[in-house]
Write a protein that binds this ligand. Structure first.
Ligand code: ZN
Length: 221
């Protein structure tokens, strides 16, 4: 048999599906022909590899696809795994309840308003009542500030009034002083006038007396 004829039967030989007389011929040829022996060994290795694949645990090649879970089931599996210890489940439950309370509280205290063309979004973890207390407090502070401001304003007005009064008093005093000065001047003037007049009268009297003395009027009857 030629090498080509052997190669054609190598697969059958490998899988023991060859006729007994042909098997003997192939075996003899392989012992003497290194080329065909190499071919056979290559085939044999490939066959072994294939066998190894076939013998592998078929489960390793399976892709496990989770059955469709509801979101609740998925959450439950996430937070309450079947293998979790009891205290872990309890802690998860407590955390879940706390989160729920926070969320509901925030939703209840959420305020959305549309004002002056703008949306106002306000949320709080505290009940609305505390917000009222806050606004009351703010109002009280506002009132106190207003009172303080009012007092300051009044004080300022009082100060302005006092200053005005002082200025007025000073002005009045000045006027008074001026007036008295004027009066004094006027008085002095009058005095001078009087003195002047008196002296004039005195001079007139003197002149008259001189005249009378010189004329020597006859005594009256
Ligand atoms: Zn050969």
């Amino acid at each position: 048999m030629t090498c080509d004829e052997i190669k054609i039967q190598l697969m059958d030989f490998l899988y023991n599906e060859i006729k007994p007389e042909s098997e003997r011929l192939v075996r003899t040829h392989l012992q003497n022909c290194s080329a065909c022996r190499a071919e056979y060994e290559a085939l044999s290795r490939t066959s072994l590899t294939l066998k190894a694949w076939e013998n592998e645990d078929p489960r390793l090649h399976l892709v496990f696809v989770r059955e469709n879970q509801s979101w609740f089931g998925a959450l439950k599996e996430k937070f309450f795994p079947a293998e979790a210890p009891a205290w872990g489940k309890l802690a998860s439950l407590a955390a879940g309840v706390a989160l729920g309370v926070l969320l509901i509280s925030a939703l209840l205290n959420t305020e959305v308003s549309f004002n002056n063309g703008a949306f106002t979004y306000r949320t709080s973890l505290l009940p609305r009542g505390s917000a009222t207390i806050d606004s009351q407090l703010v109002a009280q502070i506002q009132q106190r500030l207003d009172e303080k401001h009012q007092k300051l304003l009044l004080a300022s007005q009082q100060q302005q009034r006092d200053e005005f009064n002082r200025t007025l008093a000073k002005f009045a005093a000045e006027i008074d002083r001026q007036r008295q000065s004027d009066l004094m001047l006027v008085g002095r003037g009058l005095n001078e006038f009087q003195q002047h007049t008196n002296s004039r009268f005195e001079r007139n009297d003197e002149l008259l007396n001189q005249f009378l003395r010189s004329v020597k009027l006859p005594p009256q009857r």
